[in-house]
Design a protein around this ligand. Structure first.
Ligand code: GLA
Length: 376
């Protein structure tokens, strides 16, 4: 009898395995990771290349070496159809236009704002380029989103490595900063972004990525019905120009409370201008931790965000206004996408109580973020 039960269990396992193998062998998937590349236009005679990584499940990410920008992110929905869950453009000219609101790009040297573009470090005053109402946003006028990165393909076909050296004085920042960003697709449908940097002079560093997600893959014009959870009990209060005041109010009982999943649109109208704030993540330590989720019930797509960073800028595409022509002539209206920018806090170089962002010679800046996708 025992033997029969064992045989029955074994056949069940073999059957399940066969089913799984069937799904892996279907037409839209390959058994291995692959990376391909194709030209994506030119800037002053330099060819820009688009790299596409595909994982064994068929999930795909496309990245261009201009701005290290994620142009496409194809993720299966409940219907098993792959859908592109990031906003962007079909061609390089879209990304080069002045009105490009940082779609999908890498952001640095300092993601988010530095008040008046000024800070004092080791007794010396520095002035950065100003590009946001007299403040510095996302690294200044010519941030890392607007430069050409050096690309290479590490072994394994699941990663793209991008490197860039920002020279001493670039945008006013001190030190030669050698930056490396590795985008990796995992077999469990996560896009991992690993950032590292070294410098030869003390300098503030805060690197992030600026993907605008719409998990419905274009089926919903806005993300207001997406349900979001942010593991944060406090946020950095800001003034009218989004510069932190230094206060960290509690989210409890306010529209900023996403400690349990809530539709983005539920209380957005009560927040002047919409959500564009840094949440203070409630973390156990400094290791990689899950700190946010987003769910689109219409497609079933569920995104989990893991990071080593202490903060998250949750931005609901408030400045999109329908004037940009995006992929396939889509007009991205207000709230067409949301960003979850893992980061240190805005203006930390001028806020001694915020976690430190100064990297010194001999130290290594490191930061890791995962966006993992599944279906519910
Ligand atoms: C960030 C900022 C926003 C806005 C966008 C780009 O997320 O916090 O205020 O500037 O970038 O449009």
């Amino acid at each position: 009898m025992k033997k029969q039960v064992l045989l029955w269990l074994l056949s069940g396992v073999l059957f399940l395995n066969a089913c799984q193998n069937n799904t892996i062998h279907n037409e839209t998937t390959s058994m291995t990771f692959t990376i391909s590349e194709k030209p994506f236009g030119q800037i002053n005679g330099d060819t820009i290349t688009q790299y596409t990584i595909t994982n064994p499940q068929g999930m795909q990410v496309s990245i261009i070496n201009y701005g290290g920008t994620v142009t496409n992110l194809l993720v299966p929905g409940r219907d098993h159809e792959l859908g592109d869950v990031v906003l962007g453009f079909d061609s390089l000219s879209g990304y080069l236009q002045k009105a490009n609101p940082y779609f999908g790009c890498l952001v640095g040297r300092y993601g988010n704002r530095i008040a008046k573009g000024k800070f004092i470090l080791d007794g010396q005053a520095y002035q950065l380029t100003l590009n946001d109402h007299g403040n510095t946003l996302h690294g200044g006028v010519q941030g890392l989103d607007k430069v050409i990165w050096q690309a290479s393909k590490p072994a394994g076909d699941s990663s793209l490595k991008l490197t860039y050296t920002s020279k001493d004085g670039d945008q006013g920042f001190p030190g030669n900063l050698v930056i490396e960003v590795v985008y990796t697709l995992s077999s469990d449908n996560a896009l991992q972004i690993a950032y590292s940097a070294t410098t030869d002079k003390a300098t503030p560093v805060n690197l992030t990525n600026h993907c605008y997600f719409n998990l419905s893959a274009g089926k919903q014009n806005t993300i207001l019905d997406h349900e979001v959870m942010l593991q944060a009990e406090k946020f950095t209060a800001v003034d009218s120009l989004l510069i932190p005041t230094g206060q960290l109010p509690d989210v409890k009982g306010t529209p900023m409370d996403f400690t349990t999943p809530k539709k983005i649109g539920a209380e957005l109208a009560a927040v002047k201008g919409g959500y564009d704030h840094n949440w203070v993540l409630k973390r156990k330590g400094k290791d990689l931790e899950k700190i946010a989720t987003a769910y689109d019930a219409s497609s079933g797509r569920f995104m989990e965000v893991f990071t080593t960073e202490p903060g998250l800028q949750f931005y609901t595409g408030n400045f999109l206004d329908g004037t940009l022509k995006g992929k396939q002539q889509q007009k991205y209206q207000q709230h067409a996408g949301f960003c979850m920018e893992t980061q240190h806090f805005p203006d930390a170089p001028n806020q001694p109580s915020f976690p430190n962002t100064i990297v010194k010679p001999g130290e290594s800046y490191r930061s890791l973020t995962y966006y993992r996708f599944s279906v519910k």
